[in-house]
Design a protein around this ligand. Structure first.
Ligand code: GLU
Length: 424
């Protein structure tokens, strides 16, 4: 059942990832031989998982875990549940995790996992059996010093709890550090649940201060009102930003005078449709082309593409989803001098808090919510400032994405270099 697919020799990275990597070889900054290390994952695992359904039948779910690069430390990254999950997508996301951990300056490599499933179609019992089966199949490749999963699209602290428990039933040892994003009662960190969003708000504050914008005069549209988008709307609203539009898969709400974010948050927490909230209804596609100061794609990949790039009217894009901008659109926005704060910086708050959780699990010393928030804020400000320094180095003009890739690729390859020093 367990097939090790890689390395296959085929490149599966997204166009924006390969465009950025190609830039290094074109500039002669790095040899192709070195870069080839980053063009393919270290280990791909693929298991078709059989699960007993409530009606007694057995259904098979394709699943993946890609451990992309482990030079900087144990591999780290979430597990997503989605009907369209496939090996290429997980490869790309695992690559991004490898870079994200370097940009965030935390001692991890990158990984990603996924199960091809629509979790909304499963009963609670089926979901638990599937989540436990995933750990049963992959446990030999997981561990606090090996590969540490976390939540991602459609997975949450409850699923992480089942996964920790399953891992410990198999190994017979308490191992809280095997997975992050757990409930606080089970070794989770205070603040982890909203950490990605808090991180995004910290980065946006830094940027806005940097370029002399005023929060109160900054309008924001957020695509995606799941865990990341909804908490981010709340943080930005509390900090004085004017959140004028939010949307989810079913549609969105828009009010040019600003939305009542607190009420919207409660509406969505209560499971009600946000587009019925009372403000003007707006489609997902229309939200992306609103004339706002900050556009925040916080849902899934490939949202700003060659089909809508010329219609984008925002002054800044903050990528809270992973890979929301295609290479063509990225180049187009750069030509129009619209800054794009890339995913590997903007949404690094989640994995940074995961690192804090892992530190707490390994030291057995637990921090208050205030401490987590302070550490997260300081850490991400540092990450932003590091990139700004690279971006504004006198000899070159770079985009934020180029700056982030420069920092991350150099860091990963330096770590690889230290490990494979044949002369030493
Ligand atoms: N899934 C999140 C991300 O894409 C968090 C990963 C983690 O905490 O390991 O960054």
């Amino acid at each position: 059942m367990d097939t090790d697919l890689g390395p296959t020799g085929t490149e599966t990275l997204c166009d924006v990832c390969t465009t950025e990597l190609d830039r290094f070889s074109k500039a002669g900054a790095l040899a192709d031989r070195e870069l080839s290390l980053l063009r393919q994952p270290k280990r791909r695992i693929n298991v078709n998982i059989p699960v007993r359904m409530d009606d007694g039948s057995i259904e098979v779910f394709p699943s993946f875990r890609i451990q992309y690069n482990s030079a900087r430390g144990p591999t780290k990254g979430g597990i997503r549940y989605h009907p369209s999950v496939n090996a290429d997508e997980v490869d790309e996301l695992a690559f991004l995790m490898s870079l994200k951990c370097a940009v965030a300056n935390i001692p991890f490599g990158g990984a990603k996992g996924g199960i091809q499933v629509d979790p909304g179609e499963l009963s609670e019992g089926e979901l638990e059996r599937l989540s436990r089966a995933y750990v049963k199949e992959y446990h030999e490749n997981l561990g606090p010093n090996t590969d540490i999963p976390a939540p991602d699209v459609n997975t949450d602290s409850r699923i992480m709890a089942w996964m920790r428990d399953e891992y410990e039933s198999i190994t017979g040892r308490q191992t809280p550090g095997v997975i992050t994003g757990k409930p606080v009662e089970l070794g989770g960190s205070e603040g982890r649940e909203y950490a990605t969003s808090l991180g995004g708000a910290v980065i946006l504050d830094r940027f806005v201060d940097d370029v002399g914008m005023t929060r109160e005069k900054t309008t924001v549209a957020i695509q995606g009102f799941g865990n990341v988008g909804s908490h981010l709307a709340r943080f930005l609203h509390d900090r004085g930003y004017d959140v004028v539009a939010v949307s989810n898969v079913d549609g969105g709400a828009y009010d040019s005078n600003g939305l009542d974010v607190t009420a919207l948050f409660e509406t969505s927490e209560g499971g009600d449709d946000i587009f019925e909230f009372g403000a003007e209804e707006i489609s997902n596609a229309a939200l992306l082309t609103l004339d706002v100061d900050v556009l925040i794609p916080a849902a899934i990949e490939n949202q700003i593409t060659e089909n809508n790039m010329t219609d984008i009217r925002a002054d800044v894009v903050l990528e809270m989803a992973n890979g929301p901008t295609t290479a063509r659109a990225d180049t187009h926005l750069a030509e129009r001098e619209i800054p794009v704060i890339p995913d590997i910086l903007a949404n690094a708050g989640g994995v940074t808090a995961s690192y804090f959780e892992w530190v707490q699990n390994t030291t057995n010393e637990y921090w208050t919510e205030k401490t987590v928030r302070e550490k997260l804020t300081a850490h991400l400000r540092g990450a932003y400032d590091d990139l700004r320094e690279i971006k504004t180095a006198p000899e070159m003009t770079r985009t934020w994405r180029e700056a982030a890739y420069t920092r991350a690729v150099e860091s990963v390859l330096r770590a690889e270099g230290y490990r494979s020093n044949v002369e030493g």
